[in-house]
Design a protein around this ligand. Structure first.
Ligand code: C2G
Length: 141
């Protein structure tokens, strides 16, 4: 069995996330997804998630292309995860290109092109601005 591993926050799950997960799964027979915990996001990535970890986990692990979800609690766990889970291929979007080349001594490392014009950050801004827009339109009437 050829095992694939990828990491992410997967907040406000969108087509860019689904695309990378589906493509990652095609590099093997089993896909493990390490999802950043709320604490890791806050403390290490200065990100505040809209969707809590438990819900992000439930959404991702119920995707057909995902076999198992594990928590990502720190930056250092990748080597341990690759070794302990007998990972053959590590896949990330190319916004991370080169950042995980240190794993090449343990497994294949693949960076895939990101899906354009979509991100959790943009979605948050759109939702926030739309709320303002609706409010201003209703006030104007
Ligand atoms: N992604 C993508 N296209 C997008 C948005 C995201 O291909 N339009 C990919 C990213 O490149 C990443 C994965 O989807 O491989 C998850 O993206 P995020 O949820 O934004 O995760 P990130 O904050 O990059 O955290 O240790 C690694 C980190 O946990 C990655």
């Amino acid at each position: 069995m050829r095992r694939v591993l990828t990491y992410g926050t997967f907040d406000l799950l969108h087509i860019g996330h689904l695309n990378i997960l589906r493509r990652a799964r095609m590099y093997g027979d089993h896909l493990t997804v390490a999802i950043s915990t709320d604490e890791f996001n806050l403390n290490a990535k200065s990100k505040v998630c809209v969707i809590p970890y438990a819900d992000r986990k439930a959404l991702v692990e119920n995707l057909k292309c995902v076999d198992v979800v594990i928590p990502e609690r720190d930056w250092e766990q990748k080597t341990r995860d690759v070794i302990e889970r007998n990972i053959d291929v590590f896949v990330m979007g190319d916004d991370w290109k080169g950042k995980f080349d240190f794993l090449k001594q343990y497994c294949e490392v693949v960076y895939l092109p990101r899906t354009e014009n979509i991100s959790s950050t943009d979605l948050k801004h759109t939702i926030r601005n739309r709320g303002t827009l609706v409010q201003s339109v209703s006030v104007a009437q």
